[in-house]
Design a protein around this ligand. Sequence first.
Ligand SMILES: NC(=O)CC[C@H](N)C(=O)O
Length: 435
Amino acid sequence: MATKALAFTLSLNDCFGSKSPHTASKVSVFSVRCSTGNGERPWKNSDARLVLEDGSIWKAKSFGASGTQVGEVVFNTSLTGYQEILTDPSYAGQFVLMTNPHIGNTGINFDDEESTQCFLSGLVIRSLSIRYLFSTSNWRCEKDLGDYLTERNVMGIYDVDTRAITRRLREDGSLIGVLSTDNSKTDEELLQMSKSWDIVGIDLISGVSCKSPHEWIDRTREEWEFSSSEGPRDTFHVVAYDFGIKHNILRRLASYGCKITVVPSTWPASETLKLNPDGVLFSNGPGDPSAVPYAVETVKNIIGKVPVFGICMGHQLLGQALGGTTYKMKFGHHGGNHPVRNLRTGRVEISSQNHNYAVDPATLPKGVEVTHINLNDSSCAGLAFPARKVVSLQYHPEASPGPHDSDNAFKEFVELMKQGKSKTSNENLHQPQSV
Ligand SMILES: NC(=O)CC[C@H](N)C(=O)O
């Protein structure tokens, strides 16, 4: 309760200022909620530091968990959907800084989770919303953002100049940072921690993948369904590799009529092929695609045998499996407003993105087509290798959060499986029948 009350006070000061005519009535609401009786000041002072590897130190106020945490700082330009971002396993090892200054206003609900945990290192925001305390901002709200982060042991900071940090990241590239509420640690100690940690070359998918195979059946709920193409259930069997899979990828596949078996990142290709799937999906996931050669090997052993679809990390692994290389981008793409051109249709899609690595198209062999480009920097945003029924996207057709412009990609994967299925049944028809 004390944490909530303090956050509330801060935002009142921010919103109304000490000379505001609203101050008197608002402060009286506050004093009812916050009277601790122990003489504490009714606002929170800076109690956290974010120390970046370039030596800059950013004072802030903490919410959620406390402690000391290291990670790579990335900025996300989504205007909505912070809960989906918090639960996207692809952020493991990273602090997400939201460029939208106002966060927390829709609270937290039980339906918008993209995985069962928050794997990110922490959340960095400008202003922590007071709206949930008034319970008027979102009918779906079930919990306060601060309480949620505390329960999940995730650190958050607010009242920090997120614009200045974003400009620094844009100019200098992604930076490692250490976030700490521990006063016993000196700035120098935190700086050394940030300098001695790295995210490149580390396998982060094994820490977020499921431990054993399981079925997935949930579709997009009827009231949220936006596509008219929802078909009968279980038409195609898809094996989905969980490198940190977002639930909405699974919901969209189920909505398109797929029966889904989710398998761990280390699941052997031979076991997948024994399941006789109509298609295989390689999911999104955190970290450096070059740090997981075992996953590239799995992809290599599957492509050409059944239609495959790669999303984000899955796309990068496919790029490597086809003989290409991946590279680390300056600060990556994170947000729900990235324009992508679909080179096959000429259509521009506004897409949801979250990645720091990309496939270098110059390294891909003949026959592999670049099907999509990111219009902000012309980087490769999609690939196809028609001869081997491979399609992949560097971004997120499942959105969550973000626009639905690219949902058709799931339909295209289903079409590939349809073609594969009719080919197999035709081949079976022409097989000599043993008596
Ligand atoms: N969303 C993802 O799958 C992220 C892919 C990869 N970890 C990257 O940062 O580029």
